[in-house]
Design a protein around this ligand. Structure first.
Ligand code: PLP
Length: 416
């Protein structure tokens, strides 16, 4: 343990095996995975077709170099272009790198095509775009940025999901807007209906590029392959990563034929990005996703899971809102009634359940798209129980009798 830098406060469990929606620890105990490696293991753990593709590719050819043609990378790029309506792809190894590529691409395009010397990119409060310096500067979370000054400049921050504040921007140097279609780390924040379409329209009117960070929402999680499809728009640049390899590290930055030439030979690069092993894994993920209809299942299971959570938690005073799209779900709690939620994931583990808390007050669920009916029902039951227990524990520690009363009368309803 002590040989690792202390960047994570890890829960005291180590998994040795995974199968579908389940993980197994060193003692063989099973846990239902409600977080899927933070939106990574889209098809569940150890998916046999993905595992077989990786094993076969590892025995054939893992890595050459982007100095040479890589047919699997070309195939994957074509597939992603068909799926996204975009025209060209740059492959990398993570979400942060995909966003770095998007930021550099937008700047280069602004320099080359619009003659802007110091291009500015508009970003949102509460955004999360990654931990590398450029992506961190774009991130709207002061605690993630703390202690890392000086961060690169070139970003203009505005409130999230507020079209008027975007319209009010008046800076000739602005070249692009970078947004998450739904903020993930920021608390599963969903913009109002029509917001993305209005942003698209504004970007067109001002000559700004629209860059969407779909690293968490992308590849089917929200019930469409890309979350922007819900808004019936097409962005100029899209970044994806997390789910693309189902656990094999791979990221991508997709763009249009108009913007792609800004990345000429030598302008950007990576040693590993899109190597044969990663590309083969991602091709297998897309095959399974499409052939087995899991994107539609994300929409159906997501709606059913939210309904089930609402049924169970209806009227619970500590539950402010249950929201989500597809299998990206947030349950916003009132921490005045639940107390600090940092121990909730540990309580989840005690119940054999992996859940996550983000933005301090939101229980976030990102289960595999392959989750079965009995499994999401089990997840909903477990989460409702956890919230009831947490609220009761907070009330019993509180000296305020009104809190004790409200939570005592509000434990989760058992499901019929
Ligand atoms: C996870 C995430 C990132 C960063 O991805 P890494 O692979 O951790 O670098 C960026 N943007 C969003 C929306 C994310 O959810």
């Amino acid at each position: 343990m002590s040989a690792l830098m202390p960047t994570y406060k890890r829960l005291p469990v180590a998994f040795t095996r995974g199968e579908g929606s389940w993980l197994f620890d060193e003692q063989g105990r099973a846990y239902l995975d409600g977080i899927a490696g933070i939106a990574v293991c889209l098809l569940g753990h150890s998916h046999p077709r993905v595992a077989a593709a990786i094993a076969e590719q590892a025995q054939t050819l893992m890595h050459t170099s982007n100095l040479y043609r890589i047919p699997l990378q070309e195939q994957l790029a074509e597939r992603l272009c068909q799926l996204s309506g975009l025209d060209a792809v740059f492959f990398c190894n993570s979400g942060a790198e995909a966003n770095e590529a998007a930021i550099k691409l937008a700047r280069r395009y602004a320099h080359d095509e619009r003659g802007i010397d110091e291009p500015q990119i508009v970003v949102a409060d509460g955004a999360f775009h990654g931990r590398t310096l450029g992506a961190l500067a774009a991130t709207g979370n002061p605690s993630a940025q703390h202690g890392f000054a000086p961060l690169p400049g070139g970003f203009v921050r505005t409130p999230y999901a507020d079209i008027e504040s975007l319209r009010a921007l008046d800076d000739e140097r602005i070249c692009a807007v970078l947004l998450e279609p739904i903020q993930g780390e920021g608390g599963v924040r969903i913009p109002p209906e029509g917001y993305l379409a209005a942003v698209r329209e504004l970007c067109d009117a001002r000559g700004w590029l629209l860059l969407l960070d779909e690293i968490q929402t992308g590849i089917g999680r929200t019930g469409r392959m890309f979350a922007y499809e819900h808004a019936e728009i097409r962005p100029d640049v899209v970044t994806i990563a997390k789910a693309l390899g189902n656990g094999m590290p791979i990221g991508a930055c997709l763009t249009t034929a108009a913007v792609a030439p800004s990345f000429g030979p030598g302008s950007h690069g990576t040693t590993f990005g899109g190597n044969p092993l990663a590309a083969r894994a991602a091709l297998a993920v897309l095959d399974v996703l499409e052939q087995e209809g899991w994107v539609a299942n994300a929409a159906e299971a997501g709606t059913a899971l939210r309904e089930c959570l609402r049924e169970q938690l209806d009227g619970h005073p500590a539950v402010r809102e249950i929201r989500g799209q597809g299998l990206m779900i947030g349950i916003e709690l009132d921490t005045a009634l639940t107390g600090d939620l940092s121990s909730l994931p540990q309580r989840g583990l005690d119940h054999g359940l992996l859940i996550n808390v983000t933005a301090g007050s939101v229980v976030r669920l990102l289960p595999p798209l392959t989750i079965r009916d009995q499994e999401w029902m089990h997840l909903a039951d477990g989460v409702a129980t956890l919230i009831a227990e947490q609220t009761a524990a907070a009330a019993s520690q509180s000296s305020d009798p009104s809190l004790a009363h409200s939570s005592a009368s509000s434990s989760a309803k058992p499901r019929a």
